[in-house]
Ligand binder design. Structure first.
Ligand SMILES: C[S@@+](CC[C@H](N)C(=O)[O-])C[C@H]1O[C@@H](n2cnc3c(N)ncnc32)[C@H](O)[C@@H]1O
Length: 299
């Protein structure tokens, strides 16, 4: 099976089936792709975005993994330290890593405000610059899912985790509002590279089971939801427009296409209206389903 575009399923663009081989991309292509991803995530104001949306989920991973004082923890695709800062608050010694080091200044300020210190390391989830079995716990909240080669990422998470250690992840499910959100944006985004898998597959239990295979002795997965809110649909759109790097990047690419930019805004507001369980015409409350994954690496 090999396809170069994400597939449509039930009106949602969720699946791209491809052979996940890391040698499909040459190293020069990979460098360009990762530089483009980094530039995209550096736009906007990620810390402002995260603290108003996904910030409650850092502690969810810390609790689910039982992170405590004596442990050494790696948070992959940490952003500004959502999981990492909470793991350090629990007493762990933490490395916060991300492809986008532009996030780290805001992360350092947030850590200082919480009275903790972490190590911040620029790192691609597909090529972690850490030794085998270096960490007791490896985490990622809506982060590692965005690297295109899922099997390479899973192998890297497992490699740096010690035998008997824990891997804790959070990803959007394809069936939830996150699936609809990315499907809404994707016609305006640059095409994904041919071998890239949809990030939403990390929210599919079967796919995750295949990725970790026999290398884990247990794999617990549970679907949950969190809610994003705003005073109005327009306020929700404007917040994303100003803070969320991928949307800022798409809008910059449409700078000389005002009609397409207007269509994107309309599609965004339609997404909000069909997802909103808040009062009609008033405040926004969008429930996003996610998959919480906790795996124990085989001893
Ligand atoms: C939605 S944010 C999540 C950040 C953080 N975990 C949180 O909960 O707020 C996605 C993050 O993934 C990072 N990222 C994207 N591709 C990556 C890759 N290949 N390797 C490491 N980080 C990556 C981005 O820089 C961004 O910080």
């Amino acid at each position: 099976m090999k396809e170069s575009r994400w597939k449509q399923k039930d009106g949602m663009e969720i699946f791209l089936i491809a052979e996940p081989t890391s040698d499909v991309r040459t190293s020069a292509e990979n460098t360009r792709l990762k530089a483009a991803h980094r530039a995209m995530w550096a736009l906007g104001d990620y810390h402002r975005f995260a603290t108003a949306t996904v910030w409650e989920l850092g502690p969810v991973i810390v609790d689910a993994c039982g992170i405590s004082g004596s442990q050494r923890v790696l948070d992959v695709a940490t952003g500004t330290g959502n999981v990492a800062i909470r793991a350090a608050r629990a007493g762990a010694s933490v490395v916060a890593s991300d492809l986008t080091p532009e996030h780290f200044d805001a992360g350092r300020r947030a850590a200082r405000a919480e009275g903790v210190e972490l190590e911040w390391v620029e790192a691609d989830a597909e090529a972690l610059p850490f030794a085998d079995a270096e960490f007791d716990v490896v985490t990622s909240c809506f982060g590692a899912m965005f690297a295109p080669n899922h099997q390479t990422v899973a192998n890297e998470l497992l490699r740096v985790c010690r035998p008997g250690g824990t891997i804790g992840l959070i990803a959007f499910t394809p069936e939830g509002r996150g699936g609809d959100f990315f499907a809404m944006l994707s016609p305006y985004a640059p095409p994904a590279p041919p071998e890239a898998l949809s990030p939403l597959l990390w929210g599919n239990e079967e796919h995750v089971r295949e990725l970790f295979g026999e290398q884990v002795e247990s794999l617990e997965m549970i679907r949950r939801e969190y809610v994003e809110g705003a005073v109005s649909p327009r306020a929700y759109y404007e917040f994303f427009r100003d803070t969320f790097g991928p949307l800022v990047a798409i809008r910059e690419s449409l700078a000389d296409q005002p009609e397409r930019a207007a269509a994107l805004e309309r599609d965004f507001l339609e997404f909000v209206n069909r997802s909103n369980r808040g009062s009609s015409g008033g405040s926004v409350q969008i429930p996003y389903e996610y998959l919480l994954i906790v795996g124990r690496k085989r001893v």
